[in-house]
Design a protein around this ligand. Structure first.
Ligand code: PHE
Length: 458
């Protein structure tokens, strides 16, 4: 059977951008920026993307497009039977693993979109948002039901295939995501006091920049670009031979960064408008599900329809962002099952979906009935999250850069990214330099930093 392909260049870019634009852009990037020197952090982040992220993204694109195979198959082909083939397998494992807990949060966004539409936050006291969230996640049924719905949607898209499932949904969801973002930015920056929020986000404060800021920027860049989890390699395996790899990578990174910065334009003006301190607002789940519902109510008129609309749009934005990322993760595992075990797309998707339903439910229940199951002081959800962010991603990124920089033949590499010599590649030497020296050192440092090795010395 002929292998599927994306039908258009724009479809391919939107799909890859859908993978990149995720929860990380909205619930982590803005706060990290605000706390780590504003524009100074953004500049460092962009340098990390240009110098370290893009070379790895281009390498993943190249490996996927050249082999037209799932990530495990792709590295097996590229490695000629050497142990480097395990890098592909690691990518599949990482993607699959992340999917298990990422879906849980995707499900929460659906629940909060529903609460917003039904105006359930009307009349809620500021101090009660924490209880609302805790009651919800501790409940054994509600989060699980939303989780099943969320995974059901992903399953549906994946079974429809590359063009009618992934590409079509990206062409619908990514523009919708962008329009929602623009609407929310307009609502937020026109609030009284918005400029203070923008100043907090953008004023460069180089005094806040330390070596750990750089590591934070780099870690965020990696996660945000969906590097080292097989997603980009798998999607690139559906690219047409003529797809310009470097240009596509630049487009994906530009979309990802733009949405991340715009998310800051939504969040901070609202937070400052109600006189809240960004430190109080927190980051991640507490920002998204405890602080922001309250912020939107107060900033846009408690109980008003405008507040309900802004809040609903925001959770739909998160939902779309999480959905397109989850789809890309599911596809990594589905393509692997289907090609490595010679199963139909439907069967493969079923197997993947079944595993994530089980493991996802365990992660979800770890906030409630399974909360007492812990290891290293972490519940099941946090174990999945920390193990992937602190171990799997850096190890994967490190191995990919060494493989692309040291193992792959340079002539072959250049031929691939220049599409057989038809495109100019003035950046090629920088790319190789980055893959060989800069990335391994930088990723190695993040790895040691996250494991707390530096803290031991200081
Ligand atoms: N890049 C996504 C984000 O910013 C995260 C992601 C992780 C996407 C894994 C796909 C796969 O949230």
């Amino acid at each position: 059977m002929e292998r599927e392909k994306f039908g258009s260049k724009i479809g391919a870019i939107l799909a890859a951008a859908g993978s990149a634009v995720g929860l990380g852009n909205i619930w982590r990037f803005p706060i990290q920026t605000g706390e780590n020197g504003g524009a100074a952090f953004i500049i460092i982040y962009i340098v990390c993307i240009l110098v370290l992220g893009l070379p790895i993204m281009i390498s993943e694109f190249m490996i996927g497009r050249h082999t037209h195979a799932n990530t495990a198959g792709a590295y097996r082909i590229m490695s000629n039977g050497s142990p480097w083939k395990w890098v592909g397998w690691l990518g599949v494992f990482t993607g699959w693993f992340i999917l298990c807990y990422y879906n849980v949060v995707g499900a929460w966004t659906l629940h909060y979109a529903f609460l917003s539409i039904t105006n359930a936050f009307q009349g809620v006291d500021a101090k009660d948002y924490g209880n609302i969230f805790n009651h919800f996640v501790e409940n054994p049924w509600m989060p699980t039901l939303w989780l099943f719905l969320f995974i059901g949607i992903i399953h549906y898209v994946i079974t429809r295939g590359v063009q009618s499932g992934i590409e079509k949904s990206s062409k619908l969801l990514m523009p919708a995501l962008f329009v929602i973002t623009v609407c929310l930015v307009i609502c937020s920056v026109t609030l009284p006091g918005a400029t203070r929020g923008l100043e907090f986000l953008l004023m460069p404060d180089w005094s806040k920049v330390t070596s750990s800021t750089v590591l934070k920027a780099l870690g965020q860049a990696f996660f945000s670009l969906s590097l080292a989890m097989g997603c980009l390699c798998t999607y690139a395996s559906y690219f047409d031979k003529k797809t310009p790899l470097a240009k596509s990578a630049v487009n994906v990174a530009a979309i990802d960064t733009t949405i991340a910065i715009m998310a800051g334009f939504i969040i901070f003006p609202s937070i400052f408008n109600i006189g809240m301190n960004p430190d109080e607002a927190g980051m991640g789940a507490s920002l998204t599900f405890i602080s922001l519902p309250n912020v939107f109510q107060q900033a846009f008129g408690a109980g008003s329809s405008l507040a309900a609309i802004v809040s609903a749009l925001f959770y739909f934005l998160l939902f779309f962002a999480a959905l397109t990322s989850s789809i890309s993760l599911h596809e990594v595992a589905t393509a692997y099952m289907s090609e490595e075990f010679k199963k139909s797309r439907k069967q493969s998707a079923m197997i993947v979906t079944a595993t994530i339903l089980v493991l996802g439910t365990l992660c979800s229940l770890s906030f409630g009935p399974l909360g007492n199951i812990t290891l290293f002081g972490r519940n099941i959800f946090t174990l999945f999250d920390d193990f992937s962010a602190m171990v799997l991603l850096p190890v994967g990124g490190l191995l990919i850069s060494i493989f692309a920089g040291w193992v792959l033949d340079k002539k072959f590499y250049q031929n691939e990214i220049s599409n057989g010599g038809t495109l100019k590649t003035p950046y090629f030497r920088l790319l190789v330099f980055s893959l060989r020296y800069l990335s391994p050192v930088a990723i190695g440092l993040i790895f040691l930093d996250q494991l707390g090795v530096f803290k031991l010395f200081s």
